[in-house]
Design a protein around this ligand. Structure first.
Ligand SMILES: Cc1cc2nc3c(=O)[nH]c(=O)nc-3n(C[C@H](O)[C@H](O)[C@H](O)COP(=O)(O)OP(=O)(O)OC[C@H]3O[C@@H](n4cnc5c(N)ncnc54)[C@H](O)[C@@H]3O)c2cc1C
Length: 388
């Protein structure tokens, strides 16, 4: 077993760390306070190839592997979780469906500008009545005279309304089988589609500099060829996309947990009480040690899932485990980081206050902790007589 990163993986991690430290971290607090989407910075990331890292060069990508991509998300997420999720949602959720299920023409038309970072793309699964039960989609797309007529709504969709958004790929009910079961398909909806509207951005607890909106489709029309993948396979396709997405949310969680550790260990060495730096007190050391141990394990779990994907092996269980564990680690790390800062940790001028707000979504987005446990239980064959 070889845990060494290749020189290319190291180079990508280094590039991302330098970019994150120089161009993201110094502005993260301000973007968060203003809930400002950092358009110029995201465009720069596109120019650097970071928005198309794992896609082949012939489709405008950088041709990197999933391990490199996971390392990149860790580094960006360490500086700013909002920028991290913007990148992760665009690559793993917005662009990956084109790569995995698109025709050659769709790849040229949608993946190439996405991978080059000229456009951001979104992934629209969640609806007001269909969250964890994502198959309960109510949005419909009816094929009439060679066009899909879409009606319905989506909620909590990342990257849907930025000035550089190209559009969204959604799940929609495109028919019913004889037993009344919904036939779900994926439809690509470009941003300028008549009848497709985005709400104002949500006001959020964390990830405040990322773009999250509600979408509505009121007779929105797209051509028949905007069907992505096979008709009726849309739900299955989105589940496969979520498997890969879990690697990137796991990476984001590791990045945030690392930022918590960095801030807490720095502070513990500088802060004096009772005549000593608080880092000399065993109770504080143990909190930092527990953070370091958990971060190391979470990082290893995420990179293992990424490596399995790169080998073309089954990675679904490893990705769900990595996402679940890393999300919980990020929450515990943020909690400990605020604790170690004492009252100062409660003040917005210290970054740990933002980390605390940013960590919670890691246990909710792309499948809540409960849903991850259900997915893992199923993969472990733990279905009893009542199923599920
Ligand atoms: C900032 C943000 C960005 C997001 N970005 C996107 C995006 O880009 N695209 C997209 O499609 N979605 C996105 N989402 C949606 C996200 O994936 C959902 O919020 C998440 O899957 C949970 O769905 P829900 O919010 O409806 O919660 P619910 O499904 O209503 O769950 C509520 C609670 O019930 C629990 N629960 C539900 N069912 C079960 C069960 N069977 N057993 C045990 N417990 C259960 C859940 O674990 C949770 O604790 C985003 C959400 C947020 C907040």
């Amino acid at each position: 077993m070889n845990f060494d990163l290749t020189s290319e993986q190291q180079a990508i991690a280094k590039l991302c760390r330098e970019f994150a430290e120089g161009e993201i971290a110094p502005h993260a607090a301000e973007w968060d306070a203003r809930a400002e989407f950092p358009l110029a910075t995201i465009r720069k990331m596109g120019e650097l190839g970071l928005l198309g890292l794992p896609f082949p060069e012939k489709y405008g990508g950088a041709g990197a592997d999933t391990v490199s991509y996971a390392l990149a998300v860790m580094e960006i997420g360490r500086a700013d979780a909002s920028v991290g999720i913007t990148m992760a949602a665009h690559v793993s959720l917005g662009s990956q469906p084109f790569f995995q299920f698109g025709t050659e023409e769709q790849k040229q038309r949608f993946l190439v500008p996405a991978a080059r970072g000229e456009q951001l793309w979104a992934f629209g699964l969640t609806e007001p009545q269909a969250g964890s039960d994502a198959g309960a989609t109510r949005t419909t797309a009816i094929l009439r005279d060679g066009r899909w007529i879409i009606n319905g709504s989506k909620c909590f969709i990342t990257n849907a309304g930025t000035p550089m958004t190209g559009g969204v790929t959604i799940t929609a009910v495109t028919g019913r089988s004889s037993d009344g079961k919904a036939e779900i398909s994926n439809i690509i909806v470009p941003q300028d589609t008549p009848g497709y509207r985005r709400s104002e951005p949500y006001k959020k607890m964390g990830w405040r500099a990322s773009d999250t909106r509600e979408l509505s489709f009121d007779g929105a029309e797209v051509p028949e060829e905007n069907l992505l993948g096979r008709r009726g396979k849309g739900f299955r396709q989105f589940l496969e996309i979520l498997d890969g997405g879990r690697i990137s949310v796991g990476a984001l969680s590791v990045g945030l947990a690392q930022a918590c550790y960095d801030a807490a260990s720095r502070y513990a060495k500088e802060r004096y009480q009772f005549g000593h730096p608080i880092a000399s007190f065993q109770a504080v050391q143990f909190q930092l040690v527990d953070m370091a141990v958990e971060i190391e394990l979470a990082r290893t779990a995420v990179l293992k899932a990424a490596w399995l994907k790169d080998q073309g092996r089954d990675f679904a269980t490893a990705a769900a485990m990595a996402k679940l564990f890393s999300g919980e680690v990020s929450r515990r790390a943020a909690n400990a980081a605020v604790q170690i800062h004492g009252g100062y940790g409660f003040m917005d001028e210290y970054p740990v206050s933002r980390y605390w707000r940013d960590c919670k979504i890691n246990e909710i987005g792309e499948g809540t902790n409960e849903i991850q446990r259900m997915v893992i239980a199923r993969q472990l064959g733990l279905t009893g007589e009542h199923g599920s």
